[in-house]
Design a protein around this ligand. Sequence first.
Ligand SMILES: [Zn+2]
Length: 132
Amino acid sequence: MADDPCPCGGAEPFERCCGRFLGGEAIPETAEALMRSRYTAYVRQDIGYLKRTLWPKYQDGFDELETARWAAESHWTGLKILKTEQGGKGDRDGTVLFEAGYLSGGTLRAHRELSRFRKKAGRWYYVEAVPE
Ligand SMILES: [Zn+2]
């Protein structure tokens, strides 16, 4: 539904938040916006979006089946952005530290990651997880 809240926890409903990015009508202008949309893609099991927003050089090695399996088995409970560095509209690199909550086998867990993002030809991509 158009007014459904966005899984990423943003203030706007899904269609005006990450939905525009998953649907290809807009591209995220910041690393944090891309991070949020990738979390939403996990929630909605939009594996194609996860691949498209991965740094181009790494797309060949992307394991779609494994990612789909993990996304399907995990019940995502929410996203917390803990810290961002650079990753703004005028930047080419940035990092986002986040915690994504999920239920796995009845246990509440958190996936905490410092993600590195890089911009190429005006688009942000997820590059890799880096040590905190
Ligand atoms: Zn969102």
